[in-house]
Design a protein around this ligand. Structure first.
Ligand code: ATP
Ligand code: MG
Length: 429
């Protein structure tokens, strides 16, 4: 991608009323544009990140047999009257009317719709277990939208819904989703802290929130420091609680192992039994022809919130530091002196060689060196290849690691070889 063609309205100015780093950096790097309170357009740089996050989520959902669908965002209220939630959901629900005066709503979550699809098609125990998921926009008329996309009104969520024949099956599914969430968040470069949670408005009796540590988080967490080093399988058994649930007197963790930190909730999983299958008459027949109401769970990941949460956990005073797995581009190629033919020939050689192998943002703009360097740090690609008049005469370019800030000089051939062989280490290996 040529920077001269790329729609990234970057800015040096710190926007007024952006309180946290991720909100400031998303605005400054031209990732989002606000339309109304809690409602944002997603611009190309942000979309590239979101798509990478989605791909990782989909791979990990596939791995546990969850199947991707798209439910509708606009839904008739009848489904929600059946489940009993139409009145109880309250003011967070955006209610709409069509031209014939029929009542609709814009989906804040999809237990009803998933149960409706299930009951239409699955009539026998042989159709179980089954798990649907989607990655789709939600609308919740949050009372206090804030921190940019962190708590928006329109936001992208992965939501999943499982149906099992009995509690044992539902527990197995719940555990599989739990492990898949841990893998998903780790692949996104995050350290997930699973916290046993209340199931809240959805009812039921098994629930975990997945938090990530960040000074600006809305939750306060207490957890056993073993959580930071333990294997995936043990995570569920190690202590973590939010401050509402935490009780110093009954806490078993020793003073020296007990950690406290702010956290951002990036995922939430629930088991709620037959709440929706019973209220909506979704049953299957078992071997003996008896009616069985499936045991259900629902599983959410805040996809748009994750973009901000990743920035909260990975930035410095110059800008964003993307983990490689979700970076919008693998590297920024900076041609500091585009009027110097030697620089442009070298930059174009790299750009053309990498095409199809590496995702490159090629800064070919005719702007100052300072602006290029600042934008590259602000936008946060993991690597920068910097080509300038002072080094190119010796056939050298600079390779900068955005995270460590380390810069090494190397020959054009070596830098090409390094990326083409997917070896990004700064040593000349
Ligand atoms: P919260 O306590 O933050 O309001 P929730 O319990 O209402 O979250 P769920 O209904 O479980 O959230 O939704 C699943 C995930 O969707 C959450 O873990 C969170 O990451 C994300 N999410 C929820 N509300 C918002 C929002 N207003 N803006 C952005 N992401 C959100
Ligand atoms: Mg909420």
């Amino acid at each position: 991608m040529l920077f001269s063609n790329f729609f990234a309205p970057t800015s040096k100015d710190v926007p007024a009323n952006a309180e946290i780093a991720s909100h400031v950096l998303m605005l400054r790097s031209g990732m989002i544009s606000q339309t109304a309170s809690g409602i944002y357009c997603w611009l190309p740089l942000a979309v590239r990140v979101m798509e990478k996050i989605e791909k990782i989520i989909c791979e990990e959902q596939d791995r546990i047999g969850a199947q991707k669908v798209y439910f509708t965002t606009v839904q008739p209220v009848s489904l929600w009257i059946e489940s009993g939630r139409y009145d109880s959901y309250g003011k967070e629900m955006l209610r709409l009317k069509d031209r014939k005066d029929n009542d609709f709503l814009y989906s804040p979550t999809n237990e009803e719709q998933a149960t409706d699809v299930f009951r239409k098609y699955v009539k026998s125990y042989r159709g179980l277990p089954v798990m649907f998921y989607q990655i789709h926009w939600k609308f919740r008329d949050e009372i206090r939208p804030r921190f940019g996309v962190m708590r928006g009104r329109e936001f992208l969520m992965k939501d999943g819904y499982s149906f099992d024949i009995d509690f044992a099956g539902a527990k197995k599914t719940y555990d599989a989703v739990f492990r898949s969430y841990v893998r998903t968040f780790r692949r996104l470069g995050l350290t997930p802290i699973p916290v046993q949670a209340d199931s809240g408005a959805m009812g039921g009796n098994m629930s975990h929130e997945f938090q990530i540590l960040a000074a600006t988080g809305e939750s306060t967490l207490y957890y056993d420091k073993k959580l930071l080093t333990t294997s995936d399988d043990e995570l569920m058994t190690i202590f973590a609680a939010t401050d509402e649930k935490f009780d110093h007197k009954t806490c078993q963790v020793s003073e020296k192992d007990l950690m406290s930190s702010k956290g951002i909730e990036v995922g939430h999983i629930f088991y709620f039994g037959t709440k929706y299958s019973k209220s909506m008459g979704a049953f299957v027949l078992n071997k003996n022809g008896e009616k069985i109401y499936p045991e259900m769970g629902s599983y959410g990941i805040g996809v748009s919130r994750l973009v901000a949460a990743i920035i909260e956990s990975s930035h410095d005073d110059r800008g964003i530091i993307w983990p490689e797995s979700v970076a919008p581009f693998d590297l920024t190629l900076l041609n500091l002196h585009p009027r110097d033919d030697r620089c442009t020939i070298a930059a174009e050689k790299i750009y053309e060689t990498f095409c199809g192998h590496q995702e490159v943002l090629y800064d070919n703009r005719d702007v100052s060196v300072g602006e290029k360097l600042a934008d590259a740090d602000l936008m946060g690609m993991p690597w920068q290849i910097i080509i300038g008049s002072s080094n190119i005469g010796d056939g050298l370019v600079e390779l900068k690691n955005r995270k460590t800030k380390e810069i090494v000089k190397m020959s054009l051939e070596n830098v090409i070889g390094k990326f083409m062989s997917k070896c990004y280490c700064p040593q000349n290996c």
